[in-house]
Design a protein around this ligand. Structure first.
Ligand SMILES: N[C@@H](CCC(=O)N[C@@H](CS)C(=O)NCC(=O)O)C(=O)O
Length: 237
């Protein structure tokens, strides 16, 4: 036997990227998180919009909570935006989460805070009267004050120079402000330079821009006009 020739090793077969279908709604901010992460990773995917007021049977069969987003991974459903973003972060580079376990855990907390902020935003656009609107406005002010404190001082992203999953979670939050600021004197960001800079950086990010269709502002305005709320009447003026 010739001992000078090393045995040939089998060539590793690259793991194929699964087929990804993002089950979506045109306005859903949680869908946008997943779309942002998919774009940051350069992962090809099909976006399949559904009507949440008339949920198709195939959607109810794959979405345990009846909510978007659902990510179909080679046909296997994944639900909850945070779980989807974490999966995508493990699936492909570049890594968006921090290497340090403690930092990662804190960022998961801030992603959840992003969801609480989105709930307050829904409270605001659904507020049936002026006192309720004022309560949600104050609630949001408190939340933005907390985020201002948590943001990295030098930006441009939540954690500094690394675009991460908290950025993906908050990109959709700021999109609402573009409409709200036309409907009232909402000054959540006026004295908050870090938030203002973060909002601007997110608005310029290609992945954030591409997470919605070109007609998103018109659709959002139509959605808010149809809420029967204080903001609806302002939007109808
Ligand atoms: N915690 C969920 C929230 C998802 C969610 O609330 N999605 C909304 C649309 S933005 C939804 O599907 N609501 C159900 C409905 O409107 O019937 C996540 O993070 O994915």
């Amino acid at each position: 036997m010739d001992t000078t020739t090393p045995p040939s090793l089998p060539t590793p077969t690259p793991t194929p990227t699964p087929t990804l279908v993002l089950v979506s709604h045109a306005l859903c901010p949680y869908v946008q998180r997943a779309a942002i992460v998919l774009a940051e990773k350069g992962l090809p995917f099909e976006r399949r919009d559904i009507d949440l007021s008339d949920k198709p049977a195939w959607f109810l069969a794959v979405s345990p909570l009846g909510k978007t987003p659902v990510l179909l991974v080679d046909g296997q459903p994944l639900f909850e935006s945070a779980a989807i973003c974490e999966y995508l972060d493990e699936l492909a580079a570049p890594r968006l989460h921090a290497d340090d376990a403690l930092v990662r855990a804190r960022e998961r907390g801030w992603m959840e805070f992003g969801s609480a902020t989105l709930n307050a935003i829904a409270g605001l656009y659904n507020a049936p009267d002026e006192p309720a609107l004022a309560r949600w406005q104050a609630d949001l002010d408190g939340k933005f004050a907390q985020v201002e404190q948590a943001l990295a001082a030098d930006g441009p992203w939540f954690a500094g120079d690394r675009f991460g999953l908290v950025d993906a979670a908050f990109g959709p939050v700021f999109r609402y402000l573009d409409l709200f600021e036309r409907l009232g004197d909402f000054d959540w960001l006026r004295q908050r330079p870090r938030l203002t800079a973060w909002r601007r950086a997110l608005a310029r990010r290609t992945s954030v821009q591409g997470a919605v269709a070109a007609d998103y502002p018109q659709r959002l305005a139509a959605f808010v006009r149809a809420r029967g709320s204080v903001l609806s009447s302002r939007a109808l003026r």
